[in-house]
Design a protein around this ligand. Structure first.
Ligand SMILES: NC(=O)c1ccc[n+]([C@@H]2O[C@H](COP(=O)([O-])OP(=O)(O)OC[C@H]3O[C@@H](n4cnc5c(N)ncnc54)[C@H](OP(=O)(O)O)[C@@H]3O)[C@@H](O)[C@H]2O)c1
Length: 387
């Protein structure tokens, strides 16, 4: 295992961290396959992983409980344990203490090493800030229930900078970072800014939640050009580890094979591992993925609200992701779970949205096509650009 620094966190952290959001289940998301998940977690720790990330809400609350049990028998002392305060469950100042104490109980520990304000965006940050979260966290740091404070993040670069600059209490942050998410959320600029401010950076979604592991043919053809054979997941992970500003990279491993493969990847990781040719290839892969995007929707929401209630950017997002990342069957399931009146099929072609779209997308013409692919199972042909 390779070890790396994580900002103000005194211990060196393993390059690979265990993300406990995608543990193996026996059906429903809340039903974790406890023997297998425990075996996977302990195997990773035995092989040198020393950072375990969970959250109050993962697997309906059962991720924290499972981690608490899996870390018995001496494993707890071998890891930095991270969990998160869910802002959506916080309505009062007192809720913060109540939730943290419940987490300590679930995790069977007297302290959380790395405590994060979970999934901050502007609204969540404003709410927590106004409720006095920083004063509360300072107290929890002082009484030892928390060792390091951080936040995980999903918003723009400007919001990220505002949050980083808002407090000296932050030791680290957690951002979504992979070779596709370089421009936003908060992208490479955010990574570099946090590191320059002395914050450790924990990376989540290094494989875009699994979307980068099964490349469509044009992307696979590029990977096949490389003289160094690597699997798509290995390419994705190595690209993240190649950044010296990155501390620990969390992977949400859901099988033992993922654990074994990603441990192997971590063992030959590090800044400078990728050559200039490798990095140029990744740039071509990124461009190819982006070229595969059928609808140039940026999700800006300018088209909303639709007078008929259609969730326009969401419909485009599902089609784009399905086509780009070879995950159409997954996206069709998500489309089927959307309320019927929000689906593309509910578009009546009034065209009220079209003047507002900065990308000049002919939304009323695209909606029936979106429905044909997502709702009726028609195939999408990249070469024709149309279902
Ligand atoms: N704080 C937040 O707001 C937040 C948000 C997201 C994530 N997180 C944390 O960050 C962790 C990492 O994010 P993530 O789970 O999205 O990570 P990720 O690595 O981008 O995606 C994980 C998925 O990638 C696939 N995968 C991983 N290794 C693989 C391999 N060797 N071969 C083939 N497929 C592989 C699996 O997909 P399949 O299961 O489909 O096979 C797995 O579920 C999470 O587990 C969670 O702890 C935090």
């Amino acid at each position: 295992m390779q070890y790396r620094s994580l900002g103000a966190v005194s211990a060196r952290v393993s390059a690979l961290g265990f993300g406990c959001m995608r543990l193996p289940t026996t059906g429903e998301n809340a039903n974790i396959d406890e023997p297998l998940a425990t075996q996977m977690l302990r195997h990773a720790i035995d092989q040198g992983v020393n950072y375990v990330d969970t959250a109050y809400g993962y697997h309906g609350g059962n991720s924290e409980r499972l981690v608490g049990r899996a870390l018995r028998d001496g494993y707890r002392e071998r890891v930095l344990l991270a969990t998160k305060l869910p802002h959506w469950n916080v309505q009062t100042y007192a809720d913060m203490d109540r939730i943290l104490n419940e987490q300590l109980e679930r995790l069977q520990t007297d302290h959380i090493d790395a405590y994060l304000l979970h999934s901050l965006d502007r609204a969540a940050w404003t709410k927590l800030f106004e409720l006095g979260v920083l004063g509360w966290a300072e107290g929890a740091l002082r009484d030892g229930r928390i060792r390091y404070l951080g936040f995980s993040f999903h918003d723009t670069w400007a919001v990220f900078k505002e949050i980083v600059d808002a407090s000296d209490l932050w030791s680290f942050c957690q951002i979504q970072y992979n070779y596709m998410d370089v421009d936003e959320n908060p992208g490479t600029r955010g990574l570099e800014y946090a590191a320059a401010r002395g914050l450790g950076v924990v990376v989540m979604e290094p494989l875009l939640g699994g979307k980068l592991v099964n490349p469509p043919a044009p992307v696979q053809a590029l990977w096949d050009e490389s003289p160094t054979p690597r699997s798509a997941p290995d390419w994705g992970l190595q690209w993240v580890w190649n950044h010296s500003e990155v501390g620990v990279v969390l992977s949400g491993m859901s099988t033992m094979q993922h654990v074994v493969e990603n441990l192997a990847s971590a063992s030959h990781s590090g800044p400078g591992t990728l050559t200039a040719e490798d990095l140029a290839l990744v740039e071509r892969v990124r461009a190819t993925y982006r070229d595969l995007c059928p609808i140039p929707c940026t999700g800006c929401q300018y088209c909303m609200p639709c007078p008929n209630g259609v969730e326009i950017p969401r419909n485009f997002g599902l089609l784009n992701q399905g086509v780009m990342y070879n995950t159409l069957s997954n996206m069709r399931e998500r489309y089927a779970r959307m309320p019927e009146d929000q689906r593309a099929s509910a578009c009546i072609g009034c065209r009220e949205c079209e003047d507002k779209c900065p990308q000049h997308i002919l939304i009323s013409e695209e909606m029936p096509r979106v429905h044909a692919v997502l709702g009726e199972g028609q195939s999408y042909s990249c070469s024709t650009g149309r279902p």
